[in-house]
Design a binder for this molecule. Structure first.
Ligand code: AMP
Ligand code: MG
Length: 524
């Protein structure tokens, strides 16, 4: 098996002619600029003579068609890496002779129109036809400045690159749509960051994540071309996406509206799945929303410790908490409205979009609670079960139980006493016992035996998620050059529902109640 390249990104999107010289070689970026009249710019990555691979996803590389590579599952130690791939990942050579591309997009950030953003530190280095016969784009994040870097330097720090690598693979193994991570490279050069926006600038090791997706297309792409009145570029991008990712929509009378309906439905499904595992994205700006409804752009995300719908992992979003846990569904719908504005020029009528947005409002509460009904091991569908979910969540917040730990334990008990914690008040305890009785009533109403319930629950309630305090340990060790915690965490995250896996480092353990929350900001 050999690599099979897909050049359609070069052939079907408009490359900014100003980004290429007369020989078709990308100009070196000297100025940050507004790019109009194009979908993408050809760019150079920076040179990293000291670059070395620290994480490598052998299973994914084999899936992408890496020659003579066994698909040994879940190996992230860079042992068996095709040399050619390392050269691509460090920018030493181009994939099949084509230069990297950075894309132009805009977006709403924290509710405000931000104008042109674009790939300020990301570049598409090529696309490969994988074993499923589909095309996957490879993107480097942190490989140096592009015309879209604005005030940024185009680089990424090791800590945020580790966080992206780990969480994207964790979500993948939890069965949640996400971009994936192919490789993690330490660039060997230092990056200056004000980590907590406190005025204290530190030098941190730089890194590159190579991430993989059928396409890194954001809501903000459509917002950009629509805002510019660039209808031709808007239409050609939409047609490119429909043909590649939503071919079923071409059969419909209104393909763009049908595209919007599909994206709306899948986006709500994605966010409902986030709710089910306590994942809080942290920066749900429209430029971080994938048209393919994948989890995209991992920054100050978090897996919730104690259940708290007001929790936001991103200190840059406190105290307002726009992107707090309990708000993610509403934010998704608000973002879909921005996508509707982006697609509107192609349709010319607002009604169809409004109907779909109204439908999204209607259906969201049910989509969200159905994920929890499933977590409880019950069949989907009845109002009583959704009410059971609501009362459980209210109680969980009061009882201050750990979200992941609670559901996992609930998956393995047959008596309510087994879950009781010392610090519960009498009323918390009473409510728990009453809830359990209602729960058992619903299970017997559906004829679900306790054995069936537990078995089902253990397949949807993870034992392992990458909690922020665990990631801090991994990052701390890796920064000292010790990667064994990283590899061990990747080992358990590849099989997150397993009851059998040994856990010598305590990845399944919740954060101690008195330990502080990990402070995370947008600085990455
Ligand atoms: P984010 O908040 O990471 O999703 O990024 C929002 C925008 O800022 C995107 O256009 C990014 O490309 C850009 N950006 C973020 N960090 C950097 C950086 N270090 N250098 C250049 N651009 C950046
Ligand atoms: Mg982003």
């Amino acid at each position: 098996m050999a690599w099979i390249f897909d050049h359609s990104w070069y052939e079907q999107l408009r490359i900014d002619p100003n980004s290429l010289d007369a020989e078709g070689v990308p100009q070196h970026v000297s100025v940050v600029r507004t790019v109009d009249d194009a979908h993408v710019c050809a760019v150079h990555s920076s040179e990293f003579p000291q670059a070395h691979l620290v994480g490598f996803n052998q299973e994914l590389a084999a899936f992408l068609g890496a020659p003579s590579l066994s698909s040994r599952p879940h190996t992230h130690k860079p042992i068996q890496v095709p040399e050619q791939l390392v050269d691509w990942l460090t920018g030493k050579t181009w994939m099949d002779g084509r230069p990297p591309l950075s894309m132009v997009y805009a977006g709403h950030q924290f509710g405000q129109w931000a104008g042109q953003l674009g790939d300020g530190r990301a570049m598409h280095i090529g696309a490969l036809i994988a074993k499923d016969n589909k095309s996957y784009a490879l993107q480097l994040k942190g490989a140096g400045p592009t015309p879209f870097s604005r005030r940024g330097d185009g680089f990424a720090v090791l800590r945020s690159s580790i966080r992206e690598y780990v969480a994207s693979e964790a979500l993948y193994h939890l069965g949640i749509p996400t971009t994936r991570a192919l490789a993690l490279v330490e660039t060997g050069h230092l990056v200056s960051r004000d980590r907590y926006y406190s005025g204290m600038i530190e030098q941190e090791p730089g890194a590159i994540v190579c991430r993989v997706s059928p396409g890194f297309i954001r809501f903000g792409h459509f917002e950009w071309f629509a805002s510019q009145g660039a209808d031709d570029l808007l239409r050609s991008l939409a047609d490119f996406c429909v043909a590649r990712y939503f071919p079923e929509c071409t059969q419909e009378e209104q393909p763009y509206l049908s595209l919007f309906k599909t994206v709306a439905e899948r986006t709500l499904d994605l966010v409902a799945q986030w709710q089910g595992i306590g994942f809080v994205h942290g920066v749900m700006n429209t430029d971080n929303m994938s048209l393919l409804s994948e989890t995209l752009d991992y920054g100050p995300y978090g897996f919730m410790d104690q259940y708290n719908p007001n929790w936001t992992p991103n200190t840059s979003d406190r105290p307002q908490g726009r992107y707090r846990q309990g708000q993610q569904g509403q934010v998704a719908i608000w973002n879909l409205m921005q996508l509707a504005n982006g697609l509107y020029p192609l349709v010319g009528k607002a009604e169809g979009f409004q109907d779909i947005l109204a439908w999204a409002q209607d259906v969201w509460p049910q989509k969200e609670s159905d994920v929890f009904v499933r977590k409880l091991g019950l069949p989907l569908g009845a109002d009583q079960d959704r009410a059971l979910v609501r009362s459980l969540l209210v109680w969980m917040e009061r009882a201050q139980v750990d979200f992941t730990d609670f559901f996992r334990k609930l998956s393995g008990i047959d008596r309510p006493e087994e879950l009781v914690e010392d610090h519960w008040s009498t009323s918390v305890l009473d409510q728990w016992m009453a809830w359990w009785r209602d729960y058992m009533d619903r299970a017997s109403y559906w004829g679900v035996s306790d054995q069936q319930r537990q078995q089902l629950m253990k397949s949807v309630n993870p034992r392992f998620v990458p909690r922020n305090h665990h990631l801090e340990r991994v990052i701390h060790a890796a920064t000292q050059g010790d990667w064994h915690l990283f590899h061990d965490l990747m080992r358990v995250l590849a099989d997150p529902m397993s009851s059998e896996l040994e856990d010598p480092y305590g990845w399944a353990h919740p954060k101690p109640k008195d330990a502080p929350d990990t402070a995370l900001s947008c600085s990455s």
